[in-house]
Design a protein around this ligand. Structure first.
Ligand code: NAD
Length: 318
């Protein structure tokens, strides 16, 4: 068997897994890519299709495999999950996916014990916690994609509204990746200037209706997934690119600050739950979770996210 590095394995060749795979090879970040899926025939088709671009990208070996092929992976990305059946409640679906993780995650760890595991399957915070619990690995080696995508949406929308390059906008969606998430506006910055200080200097300040604009941007972020799913059935490109960003931080040991989902470490007295805070990400996974200074209202929203997630965790028996 070849043993090329860096090696990434993707579990789940659905829309998200394949968009991620495509973006990953386009970026030239990996030498070996293994993709695993229950649906072997469709997986083979996907891998044949993807491999045919070989002359036009950096060298990469792409294989349709099973769990034994993920050995020596530097990173395993989990996008596999069951779909909601007709009449099934959200909680039942979560229980089903938690059951799936009870067998899938230990198998990943058995085959690739040194790999960092990145969870994407929703509800990502709950399933990252489940993965941590059943993996036997240290928490810093298991992370969830968290609010990295939601944060990208926030930066895109703010950039669009303020006519500024999104790469120069720093602001985060934190907490749960889901309904209880919140925008940490008090920490948002444009080129190192706090947003609240930048706004009065902007040409549009007098006509902008700032509070309404910010509320609308947050609502658009929060409803993005619903709006996209309503139009095209799934979200996949944005998350694919967000996953490549996290992958780059891990494989290149970048120490990048990203709002991935991690085990709460006592910040605001919260423990025993996975949720998003800006965190330093490198080849060890999560190097450090930052204790951001939030406004009182944002702190309350963070606590609310934690209790929302903890309630579900106890309902599914973890
Ligand atoms: P999908 O149904 O297209 O793909 C899921 C794939 O998993 C399917 O190909 C299926 O065959 C496979 N699968 C199921 N059980 C498996 C198992 N035991 N082993 C191997 N493969 C298995 O779904 P999708 O649109 O690709 O979405 C995947 C997940 O990502 C969903 O849970 C979705 O909610 C989530 N998602 C998360 C974010 C985020 O920001 N965290 C964003 C978008 C989507």
């Amino acid at each position: 068997m070849t043993n090329l590095t860096p090696k990434v394995s993707i579990i789940g060749a659905g829309s998200v897994g394949m968009r991620y795979a495509y973006a990953l090879i386009m970026k030239g970040l990996v030498r070996e890519l293994v993709i695993v899926d229950l649906d072997k025939k469709r997986l083979e088709g996907e891998v044949m299709d993807l491999s045919h671009g070989a002359p036009y990208i950096s060298p990469v070996e792409i294989r349709a495999g099973d769990y034994s092929d993920i050995k020596n992976s530097d990173l395993v990305v989990v996008t596999a999950g069951k779909k909601q059946k007709t009449g099934q409640s959200r909680l039942e679906l979560i229980k089903d996916n938690a059951e799936l993780f009870k067998t899938m995650i230990p198998e990943i760890v058995r085959q690739a014990p040194a790999a960092i595991i990145l969870i994407v399957t929703n509800p990502v915070d709950i399933l990252s916690f489940v993965a941590y619990k059943v993996s036997g690995k240290p928490a810093h080696e298991i992370l969830g994609s968290g609010t990295v995508l939601d944060t990208a949406r926030l930066r895109f929308l703010l950039a669009d509204n303020c006519n500024i390059d999104p790469r120069n906008i720093h602001g985060y969606i934190l907490g749960e990746h889901g309904d209880s998430e919140f925008a940490a506006w008090s920490t948002a910055m444009i080129g190192g200037v706090l947003l609240k200080n930048y706004c009065p200097t902007c040409d549009h300040f007098k006509t902008c209706k700032r509070e309404t604009v910010l509320a609308n941007i947050f609502n658009e972020v929060k409803d993005s997934a619903y709006e996209i799913i309503e139009r095209k059935g799934e979200t996949s490109y944005g998350i694919g690119l967000a996953l490549v960003r996290i992958t780059r931080a891990i494989l290149n040991n970048e120490n990048s600050v990203l709002p991935v989902s991690s085990l709460a470490n006592g910040y605001l007295g919260i423990e025993d739950v996975y949720l998003s805070l800006p965190s330093i990400v490198n080849k060890t996974g999560i190097k450090q979770v930052l204790s951001v200074e939030l406004s009182a209202q944002e702190e309350e929203a963070f606590r609310n996210s934690a209790s929302t997630l903890k309630k579900i965790i106890s309902e599914i028996g973890f």
